[in-house]
Design a protein around this ligand. Sequence first.
Ligand code: SDX
Length: 385
Amino acid sequence: MSATASLKNTGLEGVSAGNTAICSVDQGALIYRGYEIHDLAENATFEEVAFLLLIGHKPSASELETFKSELVGARELPEPVIAYLTSMRHALDYRTAVPMDVLRTAVSMLGNLDKDSQDSSEEANLRKAKRLTAQIPTVIGHMQNVIDGRELVQPDASMGHAQNLLYMITREKPSDEEAHVIDVSLTLYAEHDYNASTFTSRVISATLSDMHGAVTGAIAALKGPLHGGANEAAMEMLKEIRGDIGPANDTEQIRTWMHRAFQDKRKLMGFGHRVYKNGDHRAGILHKLGHAVADKKGSDAAKLFELGEEVQRIMETEKAIFPNVDFPCGMTYNVMGIPVPQYTPIFVAARITGWAAHIMEQHANNRLIRPVSTYVGPELMKWNG
Ligand code: SDX
C-alpha cells in the first residue's frame, strides 16, 4: 500500500487548535464576542459588528461615529495599487487571473505601501485593520470597473460601508433594501472561529510575520471552492442545472440531475459543513432576505430561488446534507446583479474583520503554531547500502 494511502486524512476534524475570545461556532449557536448571530443580523450594522470584532466591545454612539468616519476617510487607494488594478484588464479578460487572485496581490501591495507595514504592535495592527477594512471594497469596485472597461468609480463618502461597496461594483446607488441585504451578508460572513482561512492567518502571524502577509495567505485559502469559493461555485452549479433542464423548474428533471450528480459522487457546492452537520445558522437568515429581493426582481429571479429550494429539498431529504451560508449567498448576490467572480471578494470584504481580530489576538498572546505529523514513509535505508 502506498505510504499516503494508509494515512487517514482527518483534516484536523474536531481538533481544538487553540483558544479564542472572538467567536464560538457549534451546532447550538454562532456567537461573536458574546452576541448571537441572529441578534447581530437583526439589530447591528456591519460597521458595529466590525468594531465589536476588532476592538472587542459593542461601540458607544460616539465610538461608532469616530470608527465610521475613520473607515470613510481610509477608502482611497495608493496610486501604484490603482495602476496595478488597471494593468490587470488583459489578465482578467483571459482569466489567467480571477478577481480573488488580483485582490490577493492588491492587498499584498497595500502592505508594501503601508507606513505601519513592519510594525506589529497592537496600535499599528489596529490601524492596519481599519485601513484594510476600508480599502478592500475600493479594490473590488475598481477591479469590476476595469473588467467592464469603464471609468473608475470613486468611493462615495455619503454612503455607509455596505452601500458604498455595492455602489462601486454596480455604479448605481443601491436601494435601501439592497444595501441592507449586503450589510447583513457582510455581518454573516465577518467571522467564523478557526475556519481554514482564519487558521491560515493565525499560523502566519504566529511566526510574528505581519498583518498584510497573514491576510494575503488567508485570501489564498479562502479562494478554494471547498471554502469561500463555494459561493461562486454554488451559483455556477445552479447555472449548469438551468442550462441542462431549461427555464421551467420541472421537479422530475431536477431530481434526475441531482441523482446523476450523486452517482458521479459530485461535491454539490454550497452544501455541507465541517462543523454544522444539521444546518448553518447563517443560511436561513440570508435565504429569507435574498428571496424577498428576488420576489421584487421578476420571474427569472423568483425562478432561481425556486430552483435552489428544490435542490436544497433533495439534498436535505435524500442526503441529510444542509446548505451552508454560501448557497443562499450565490442566489442572493445574483439577483442583486453582482457579477459571480466578485462573490468571494465580497466575502473577503467581510472576513477581513475576523481575520484581523484573530491576527491581533495571536500577536497579543503568541506561541509558534507547529504541530507534529505521523511518518508513514519508507523504513530507514543506507544511501550507499
Ligand atoms: C465555508 O469552516 C468554516 O467555518 C467555513 C465557512 C466560514 O464561514 O469560514 O463556514 C465557510 O467554507 C463553508 C463551506 C463551503 N464549501 C462548500 O460548500 C463545498 C462543498 N462542501 C463540501 O466539500 C464539504 O461539505 C466541506 C468541505 C464543506 C466539509 O467537508 P468535510 O467536513 O471534510 O466532510 P466530508 O467531505 O468528509 O463529507 C462527509 C460526507 C462525505 O460522504 P462519504 O465520502 O463519507 O460517503 O458527506 C459528503 C461527503 O461526500 N458530503 C457531500 C457534500 N458535503 C459532504 N456530498 C456532496 N456534496 C457536498 N457538498
